[in-house]
Design a protein around this ligand. Structure first.
Ligand code: FEO
Length: 393
C-alpha cells in the first residue's frame, strides 16, 4: 500500500490488522484493529509518529519505501503495538532521533533495549520544529500507561493521540465513515482499556479544551474528522452519571441460578430498570465491559462449586473491579447444594469499586416460591436505590 494522505505533507503509513482476535492475551478483538503510524514532512525535518506492532512491520516499511530520510521518531507510548517496530526503524534509518518523554524513554530502553543515546527527551508543552510546522507535546499519563502523551500540530490542527480516543477496528476507511460503528468500537476500547483511568482522563479532557482541534488521529481505528463525536462520547463515558441499568453476568450449572436470573431480570424490567444479561461461559467479555461503562448496578449470578464461587463468576467480578466502572450498587444471587460462602466471596471481590452491596439472595437447590419473592424484593430495592440516587425517574 502507499502512504495515505491526511492533509498536505501529513500521511498515514501504518497497518490494518484484519485478523487479530486477542490483545494482551486478554482483550477480544472481534473486528480486528489497526496500528496507525503517521509521517509528517516538514519543510526542514521529517517525523514519523509511532510505529506498528512488529508482526506488521513489513507493511510499515512498504509504506515508507520511497522515504529516504527521517529525522525524528516520536514515541507517544511504549507499548509494543506502537513501539515494537522501533528497533527495525532504527536499523533502516540509523540517524533517526527518538523524541519522547523521560518515562517513555526509560520504558523503551527496558522493554526493547533501544540504545540510550538515540533519544531526545522532551518536557510537557515542549515544541519540536519541523520547519513550516511543529509538534507540541502534551503529557497525558495513564491513557493507557503512565508515560503516554499526545502531540498537537497547530498548523494542521491535528491532535495525534496514540491509544487515547482509539478504537479496535480494522477498516479500509482512513477517516470515520460509519459513525455509529466506530463510536461502538471506541466504547468497547474505552471500556476495556481506558475505563480504569477515568480520573486522569477527566483532567486530560479539560486540558485539551485549550486546543483548536479539527482532526484527532489515534493509533487504533479510523481518524476522527469530527472530533466532537469522540470527545463528547468520552465526556459522557467518563463524567456522565451512571444510567438506570442493571448488568447481570451469570453462570449456571444445573439451572437454579439461571431461573433466578430470569426472575430478577423480569422483575427489574417490570420496575423500569434496563437489564443486560451475560451468560458468562459463552459471552463476549468485551460486551460485558461495555455494559459496565453506563450501569448503575451489577448483580452477579453464581452457583456454589467446591464450597466457593464458580470460577467464571470470580473472573467476571475480578474484571468488573479491575475496570473500575461507575457502579453504585451491587448484589449477588445464586444457589448452593450444602453450604459455602459464595456470596461473600463474590461481593468481596469488588473491593476497589466499593459499590453499596444490596442484600444477596442465595438459595439451597432449586428456588422455591419464597426465593422468587426474595428476588422480587431485590428488584424493588434496586429500583428504589436508582430513584433515590436520581438515576431513575
Ligand atoms: Fe495500543 Fe496501550 O497500546
Amino acid at each position: 500500500m502507499n502512504p495515505r494522505k491526511i492533509t498536505d505533507n501529513v500521511f498515514s503509513v501504518g497497518a490494518v490488522d484484519w485478523d487479530r482476535r486477542l490483545f494482551d492475551s486478554l482483550i477480544p478483538l472481534p473486528d480486528g484493529t489497526s496500528y496507525n503510524s503517521y509521517l509528517i514532512k516538514g519543510s526542514e525535518k521529517t517525523a514519523l509518529l509511532d510505529t506498528v506492532d512488529p508482526a506488521m512491520k513489513e507493511t510499515l516499511f512498504e509504506n515508507l519505501s520511497d522515504i529516504k530520510h527521517i529525522d525524528y521518531l516520536v514515541a507517544h507510548h511504549a507499548e509494543q503495538d506502537h513501539s515494537g517496530s522501533i528497533p527495525f526503524v532504527l536499523e533502516k534509518f540509523p540517524g533517526i532521533t527518538i523524541v519522547t518523554n523521560q518515562k517513555c524513554r526509560d520504558m523503551l530502553v527496558d522493554h526493547l533495549h533501544v540504545p540510550a543515546d538515540k533519544f531526545r527527551v522532551v518536557a510537557d508543552g515542549e515544541t519540536l520544529s519541523l520547519g513550516d510546522r511543529s509538534l507540541q507535546f502534551i503529557f497525558t499519563p495513564w491513557v493507557h500507561w503512565p508515560e503516554t502523551m499526545v502531540s498537537y500540530c497547530a498548523r494542521d490542527k491535528i491532535l495525534f493521540t496514540c491509544d487515547f480516543f482509539g478504537s479496535h477496528l480494522a477498516t479500509a476507511d482512513l477517516f470515520v465513515a460509519h459513525e455509529a460503528q466506530v463510536v461502538e468500537a471506541a466504547k468497547r476500547y474505552y471500556a476495556e482499556i481506558m475505563m480504569p483511568f477515568r480520573i486522569p482522563i477527566q483532567g486530560h479532557l479539560t486540558k485539551l479544551k485549550a486546543y483548536d482541534i479539527r482532526t484527532i488521529a489515534p493509533s487504533h481505528g479510523p481518524i476522527w474528522n469530527k472530533p466532537s463525536l469522540i470527545v463528547d462520547a468520552y465526556a459522557d463515558w467518563v463524567l456522565g452519571k451512571p444510567k438506570n441499568v442493571a448488568v447481570i453476568p451469570f453462570v449456571t450449572m444445573h439451572d437454579s441460578t439461571r431461573r433466578m436470573v430470569r426472575r430478577l431480570a423480569g422483575a427489574l424490567i417490570d420496575r423500569g430498570v434496563t437489564v443486560e444479561e451475560f451468560d458468562l461461559p459463552v459471552t463476549d467479555l468485551g460486551k460485558l465491559a461495555m455494559s459496565l461503562v453506563d450501569a448503575a448496578t451489577v448483580v452477579v449470578g453464581c452457583p456454589t462449586v467446591h464450597g466457593g464461587a464458580h470460577p467464571a463468576a470470580v473472573y467476571a467480578a475480578y474484571l468488573a473491579n479491575a475496570l473500575r466502572p461507575k457502579l453504585k450498587f451491587a448484589s449477588v444471587i445464586g444457589s448452593y447444594g450444602w453450604g459455602g460462602k459464595m456470596a461473600e466471596q463474590v461481593a468481596g471481590m469488588l473491593s476497589t469499586v466499593k459499590p453499596e452491596i444490596i442484600q444477596p439472595v442465595v438459595v439451597k437447590g432449586l428456588p422455591r416460591e419464597a426465593d422468587y419473592r426474595a428476588l422480587d424484593a431485590l428488584a424493588d430495592a434496586i429500583a428504589l436505590k436508582h430513584r433515590e440516587a436520581g438515576i431513575a425517574p
